[in-house]
Design a protein around this ligand. Structure first.
Ligand code: UDP
Ligand code: MG
Length: 308
């Protein structure tokens, strides 16, 4: 049995050597072969690619580097890496050592003993900022309310998957892949393993607010049609308000009072205007995504691959 390690890197020059050393050390001890450690350099602007190159020369056949032609984003980088996993199992892990490589042995044992197809890391504690923790917690809860596919709380992309899941993930070819939703979507037996998530070892997080929001939106919109249905509810509410207004106006008319003030009128117009635009925005989001999807662009473009 063998295993690939997929590590997406965006400006991780200071973590690359350590993470590969830690993995190589693990494979000296455990009874499973390393197929390859696959680093995907997602358009780094530091020396990440040079680091990956050095390692791939030093550990020929065991370390593969793939350099993307620009920054395509974390999820696309992982999908590109998966295409090179010709192994029985695959571990997806961040480069910044927030997830402990040493957990691999336990994950592998769990997968084999319980005959599962995926073992995903479930964070029982995490050393992230308060903001990150609270937004993540809201996200998982809202996502599961809206989505047809349920995803486990507090699980990221740190997971060990077998070749069946990899094969099916690659078949999907989605434009904005949301891996932590797509893996549960494939079905099969998926079980958690609990762990404490560490602080980022070195360097800075590449997930700024914009990237986080984009990932959230990708997840929500590709797993739920609920936002499209909001328009129905808003429509019903506005119709009720309209009806009340009509009753009020008629009553004033028969009471002999003139309906005064166009302020309220303008306010009403504005109110409905904003609702319309809101609905239009939701439509735009979906339309934009359909547009991207039908173009069937590749997830990422590779500019270089280290030699074998
Ligand atoms: N990453 C990437 N492309 C990006 C952003 C991030 O490949 O555009 C990688 C990054 O190098 C790391 C992983 O994705 O290995 C998770 O990113 P990060 O640690 O910055 O996110 P956080 O842990 O803060 O959510
Ligand atoms: Mg991180």
């Amino acid at each position: 049995m063998n295993i690939s390690i997929v590590i997406p890197c965006h400006n991780e020059e200071k973590n690359i050597a350590e993470i590969s050393n830690r993995f190589l050390k693990i494979f000296d001890k455990i009874d499973i072969d390393l197929y390859k450690i696959i680093f995907i350099d997602d358009g780094s602007t530091d020396n990440s690619w040079q680091e990956i190159n050095l390692l791939s020369k030093k550990f020929k056949n065991k370390i593969l580097g793939i350099r993307l032609s620009r920054n395509f984003g974390h999820q696309n980088a992982v999908m590109t890496g998966l295409k090179y996993c010709k192994s029985d199992l695959t571990l997806i892990i961040d480069a910044d050592l927030q997830d402990p490589p040493e957990l691999l042995e336990e994950m592998k044992n769990k997968l084999i003993n319980e005959k599962a197809n995926c073992v995903y890391g479930k964070r029982i504690s995490r050393k992230d900022t308060f903001f990150k923790k609270i937004t993540a917690s809201i996200f998982y809860r809202v996502f599961n309310k809206l989505s047809y596919t349920k995803i486990p709380f507090d699980a990221g992309d740190f997971r060990l998957i077998d070749e069946k899941i990899v094969k099916n993930l690659l078949r999907l070819n989605e434009a904005d892949p949301f891996i932590r939703g797509l893996v549960p979507w494939t079905g099969f037996k998926q079980i958690p393993i609990e762990y404490a998530r560490d602080e980022r070892r070195r360097g800075e997080s590449s997930y700024n607010l914009k990237k986080m929001l984009n990932l959230t939106l990708d997840g929500m919109l590709s797993f739920s049609n609920f936002p499209l249905k909001i328009s129905y509810y808003i429509c019903i509410i506005s119709l009720v308000i309209l009806l009340l207004l009509v009753v009020y106006t008629l009553k004033s008319y028969f009471d002999g009072q003139t309906v005064q003030g166009w302020t309220s009128l303008i306010m009403t117009i504005l109110f409905f205007n904003s609702i319309l635009f809101f609905i239009l925005a939701i439509f735009g989001e979906y339309l934009g995504r359909i547009f991207l999807e039908i173009k069937k662009r590749p997830n990422a473009i590779i500019s270089e691959i280290t030699e074998d």
